[in-house]
Design a protein around this ligand. Structure first.
Ligand code: GTP
Ligand code: MG
Length: 447
């Protein structure tokens, strides 16, 4: 990506009213814009009380102006921040004035893109900024801040360093003079690659565990009418969102509730009870239930344990996504004379009425979501990261087995070179403009 020379501006605070609203400017015209807009001379990192004035000297607003001098700024360029009152009209007037002074409107994520181009952050950190802004849970936010502080980048750099060492060891073996009787020792390179593979394996596990933070997981509650599905939704979400009655066929529409489950953001879907029906409205509800099942990550099949278990296959199996995990929730155990129930990862006995077994149900759901308790054990990762890490893993494995088989070392050194560029693509050093464009376009304006 090429360096930019023009000056950009955008409103950096969200739409709506608030105590403060901020307009940001970055680029080489910033100093001039600061002077013309405030009548003051910019002082780096000093908050100055200012009247923001239009070219005909009318006051647009009064507030705080801060100037950051290049390179000690977010983007690495000269930056100005106008802290005005948080009103869209005021901020719009301020923005128009800055545009008329020679700036242009910034694209989404363009400030961060400039920080990346000017080497203030690498691509993993840029992505972490977007992930932090979009995070929906404490765990997601904390994990994104860890990546932003460079923990993920450090791990990638360490691994890259080790692969580089292995390549040097192989190249040294290639350069060794071919004297008769001299056996090339490939053991140091092999053991270095094995260490890389172990570390990479651990990193992939952490990234996989963190992948869940970037997904909107869907938990669909399904089952026969009157089994207690809506009661399960209300209990888990903590709200009386769905109507609960003793009449089978109460729920018709799909009811969605976003909630935190063990600190992870998930969406719960309550659905109409599945049965044969002549009722057109009820059938429409059942069709919607089947559509929800198709996108489920987890299905809670709620069953009234006082009656015989129906044939699950006939009920809904053909509609659920093949990747979905199904947990059978045997409800209403308060009505049973038995009190010896054996829970498993597939089946949990509960009474929504008394609350018995509900914490076990949450535990089992968390287990299926692959939720990791320890924050250090996860890295907020994206599909792009996992794909790149898997590619590197595959080629390292191939190199190791080729060395063991005594295959040509030049080719192995070349494969390791490709692994190195795989790491560079992850951190953004050699990432294609298409990938970069896709990353930054998902940012909000003003960041
Ligand atoms: N005794 C007992 N009753 C329950 C329990 N859970 C739900 N119920 C009752 O079962 C009836 C049906 O509950 P709902 O939550 O509406 O069931 P549903 O599966 O959503 O029903 P539909 O929307 O009609 O498909 C209500 O009268 C609930 O009070 C439980 O654990 N024990
Ligand atoms: Mg219901």
């Amino acid at each position: 990506m090429a360096k930019n020379s023009d000056t950009i501006t955008a409103i950096a605070t969200p739409t709506g009213r608030g105590g403060i609203g901020i307009v940001r400017v970055s680029g080489n015209k910033t100093k001039k814009i600061f002077q013309l807009l405030t009548g003051l001379s910019p002082k780096a990192r000093i908050a100055q009380y200012a009247s923001f004035k239009s070219s005909d000297q009318k006051i647009i607003d009064k507030g705080i102006a801060i100037y950051f001098s290049s390179p000690a700024s977010y983007t690495g360029e000269d930056i100005m921040e106008c802290h005005a009152h948080g009103n869209r009209i005021v901020l719009g007037l301020l923005l128009d004035e800055i545009l008329s002074l020679g700036a242009r409107l910034a694209r989404p994520g363009e400030f961060t893109e400039r920080a990346f181009i000017n080497n203030k952050i690498d691509l993993l950190q840029a992505e972490a900024i977007a992930d932090l802004i979009n995070s929906n849970s404490k765990k997601a936010a904390r994990s994104a801040i860890q990546s932003l502080s460079g923990i993920f980048s450090e791990k990638i750099k360490d691994l890259r360093g080790r692969v580089f060492n292995a390549k040097v060891l192989i190249e040294a073996a290639i350069d060794f003079p071919e004297e008769e009787g001299v056996i090339i020792d490939t053991l140091p390179a092999s053991s270095e690659i094995q260490i890389c593979l172990d570390a990479l394996n651990e990193l992939i596990l952490q990234a996989k565990a963190g992948r869940i933070l970037d997904q909107n997981l869907s938990i669909v509650i399904a089952g026969r009418p009157n089994a207690g599905k809506s009661s399960v939704l209300n209990h888990l979400s903590g709200f009386d969102s769905a109507i609960v009655t003793a009449t089978p066929g109460t729920t018709r529409d799909v009811i969605k509730e976003r909630m935190l489950l063990g600190d992870y953001a998930v969406t719960l879907f309550d659905t109409a009870g599945i049965r044969e029906t002549e009722d057109e409205v009820e059938q429409a509800g059942i069709d919607k239930a089947n559509e929800a099942l198709a996108i489920a990550d987890i299905v809670l099949y709620v069953h009234d344990n006082t009656i015989a278990m129906p044939n699950l296959h006939a009920d809904f199996s053909e509609h659920i996504s093949p990747d979905a995990k199904v947990i059978i929730v045997r409800n209403k155990i308060d009505l049973s004379n038995e009190n010896n129930f054996t829970n498993s990862e597939r089946e949990v006995y509960v009474s929504v009425k008394t609350g018995v077994g509900m914490s076990k149900l949450v535990e089992v759901i968390c287990h299926h979501l692959n939720i990791v308790e320890n924050e250090e054990d996860l890295i907020f990762s994206r599909q792009r990261h996992l794909e790149d890490l898997h590619k590197i893993m595959k080629s390292l494995k191939r190199v190791l087995s080729n060395i063991k088989k005594g295959a040509g070392l030049e080719i192995q050194a070349e494969s390791l070179r490709l692994c190195l560029s795989g790491f560079d693509s992850l951190t953004g050093e050699t990432t294609s403009d298409d990938v970069l464009g896709a990353v930054f376009s998902k940012f909000c304006i003003g960041k």
